[in-house]
Structures are given as C-alpha cells and as structure tokens.
Design a protein around this ligand. Sequence first.
Ligand SMILES: Nc1nc2c(ncn2[C@@H]2O[C@H](COP(=O)(O)OP(=O)(O)OP(=O)(O)O)[C@@H](O)[C@H]2O)c(=O)[nH]1
Ligand SMILES: [Mg+2]
Length: 179
Amino acid sequence: MTQRDYEGTKKIVLMGLDNSGKTSITLSLMGLKNIPSFCSLKPTKQFFINKFKMLETEFSIWDFGGQEEFRKDYLTNFKTYIKGTDKFIYIIDIQDTKRYDQALEYLDSIVNLLEKDNSSVDFSIFLHKNDPDLSITNKELTEEIIDKLVSNLKEIIPTTFKYNLFKTSIYTIFQKSKV
Ligand SMILES: Nc1nc2c(ncn2[C@@H]2O[C@H](COP(=O)(O)OP(=O)(O)OP(=O)(O)O)[C@@H](O)[C@H]2O)c(=O)[nH]1
Ligand SMILES: [Mg+2]
C-alpha cells in the first residue's frame, strides 16, 4: 500500500523490544477476543500494517517487530517510517526485568530522534503485561522494581518531551452481563 491509501486515516505506531506485546495489543485494539491464541504468536518480521475502522474513523496500526536486526533499520531510517504518525506508543514488558536497560536504551534512541525532528507527536508509553493477578503469578516483580523503572524512565526523557504513561495488560477481568 502507498502513503496515499492512508490519507485521512489515523496512523498509530507501536515500537518496543521483541516479545513486549505489540502484536497482541494490536489485535486487542482491533477487537480480537481470543486471548489464549495470542500465546502462539510468532515474532513479527519487520513491520506489519493493520487497517481497521472504529466509530467512523479509519486507523492504520504500524506494528514494528522488535527483534534487534529490525530495530537498527528503524532507527537508521526513522523519518521515513514515522512520517505522518498521529500516535506513537512505546511498549515495555514489565515482566522482563532483565531487559529493562535494553528497553530504556531503545526508548532513549527513539525520543532523541523525535526531539531532533522537533516532533510533537502524541506519545504514550505502555508498561505492559501488568496483569490483574501479577502479585500472585509473579511475586518477584515488586512495586519497588516497577517504581525504579518509572524513575529511570523519567530520568532519560527530557522534561520538554511530553508523554503519557500507562499500565496495560491484554488480560481482562471476567465479566458477566444480564441477558
Ligand atoms: N502475561 C501477559 N502476556 C502478554 C501480554 N501481552 C502479550 N503477551 C504475550 O507476550 C508474548 C509476545 O507477544 P507479541 O504480541 O507477539 O510480542 P511482540 O512485541 O509483537 O513481539 P515481536 O513481534 O517479536 O516484536 C505472547 O506470548 C503474548 O501472549 C500481557 O498483557 N500479559
Ligand atoms: Mg509482533
């Protein structure tokens, strides 16, 4: 597809390390509900563009596979890839504590490139895999560890750079509705 096909649509860019959950978030945003099937997702090769419509608005989600070989290319050709972006979402897997440094390094490179470009793109960071029962399933991941991640994150992002920070998970609580 060409850039022209996307005129009038909102371009959402997802970046983050491999296995952080970008494709799962994409599928969730597109309304897919079969969460267990997300466990068998294969790593995304390069990037994948998903188009969908919600409330009369067309969206194109650019899901940038996070494996190292691809990340280098995105950073080298950053301007080309993010041209026309309306919303940029950076994903960090909070359960992958061993790779926090790597996740912050990638984030730092992205923010620097956006700053250099004087970009005022709507930027969000998802602290992802913040599952509802995390305190039971992952006892080692304490609040202190997450707080430290947040403070390190705030340290590397320039104060002039505006962003929103969210805790996210694809797992939702059991629901029932009366028939
Ligand atoms: N516990 C938990 N696992 C998740 C969540 N979101 C995604 N996952 C799992 O994380 C794994 C990787 O998810 P993907 O969506 O393929 O990750 P990705 O960022 O697209 O990975 P690349 O394509 O390699 O860049 C899968 O096994 C998902 O089921 C979440 O909120 N909580
Ligand atoms: Mg993927």
